[in-house]
Design a protein around this ligand. Sequence first.
Ligand code: GDG
Length: 478
Amino acid sequence: MTISGPTDGVSELVVVANRLPVEYSDDSAQARWRRSPGGLVSALEPALRGRRATWIGWSGQLPAEGEETLDLPDELDGLGIVGVDLTAEQVELFYEGFSNGALWPLYHDAVATPAYHRLEYEAYHEVNRVFADAVAAQAPEGGTVWVHDYQLQLVPAMLRDARPDLRIGFFLHIPFPPVELFAQLPWRRQLLEGLLGADLVGFQTHDGAQNFLGATRRLLGLEPGGDRVDVPDGSGHRTVRVQDFPIGIDAEGFDALARTPEVQARALEMRREMGGFRLLFLGVDRLDYTKGIDVRLRAFSEALEEGLLDASDVTMLQVAVPSRGNVEEYQRIRDDIELLVGRVNGDLGRLGDPAIHYLHQPIPREELVAMYVAADVLLVTPLRDGMNLVAKEYIACRTVSTGAVILSEFTGAAKQLEAAFIVNPYDIDAVKRALASAAGSSPEELTRRMEKLRANVFEDDVDRWVRTFLATLEGTVP
Ligand code: GDG
């Protein structure tokens, strides 16, 4: 494994995440690396602007035997880039194995059974060490480091050992489970101690922060108080702050894109293509078993069968973006969902007029925004979700304050978006009723709700998330 990129160590903020925010494009005469669109990099853009920053992560490259990895640029649009190279075996064991086969299901209420394999944990430890070493070599004296997400939970403590001069923040994008579940993990102590290497540990929700503090009490015997916990450090102790920082989106950016004539025209065209129906229901998710895609398909089809919704009046579009296709559980959920779509369309569709339009492909951003503009009702029914940005993006695109969101109570977003139609996704009858209720609400009622939702999304936007996290970490918030 090699580290590539600049080595002069002069950046002020170091961001560490499993993936680098870059992609290689060879679709033009000028093949080159460019910033990958969306995701964490757009979220952090405002914070990265105006200060020196370096991003450390894996480029996603897995060269075939005998091939070299492509050289990464040292810098891209002013952002320092440092690549961490991983082997195919490490990706299989650390990423697909421990991160996505053990931690992902465990942290999402074990909605799929987590698999704990010692070899995979060893690879997780090894790869976390590689990331920590890369950061230790890059970060300037006294600099700030922001580590992201469940793949890198051992990094904070490893980094503190090597570089006690650094200010270290960690943010978990997914839920942190109740201690009764977390306690299953054979390496629970190592992960808690890993996270406690940070000065600030951030979660999406208050519940996540409380679950973590509870785990430090129950499993490490610490005595957390308020939003802090003291941890032994040499002969004394160190205080770790633990708080919720609900992530937001670039609401103004989505709003502006939704207003462009091109997107507006495409939204109208989409509705025509889908039969010009009165009401369009929409779901957009990575194809993941936590997202409850089957829940909404069932509720929608039962609502049609029982006449709660009239098939000649409604249609549904479900986008299931391909994700983690090498992990077995993901292959199974794809089969389950596609079987269900086929059944519903077989039973309830008509020639040229399916009940459910289904796409299993990545969608360009403008097209996605046109879908948000076109849809009357967004269905967000995860069994558990850290936040759910799709709900917030849809709301930001409802520029004329129409439309409705059906939102699972088990998303982080439900804690903020109280004016949505909040549902328990395990209760199909309740989801069905919510569909009918959203479809039958008066325009005034929907506008009243949407105005509240838009106020939430515009106020707690991504800029605020970044500023609050970094200000807390850097000590300007007492
Ligand atoms: C994790 C947590 C938390 C998806 N497909 C396409 C596409 N996307 C974009 C969406 C949205 C993002 O990806 C998905 O974010 P979500 O929040 O909905 O879900 P996860 O991927 O599970 O994200 C989650 C999040 O981290 C942030 O902290 O909210 O709880 O699980 O931005 O728009 N964008 C485009 N084409 C696609 O096909 N353009």
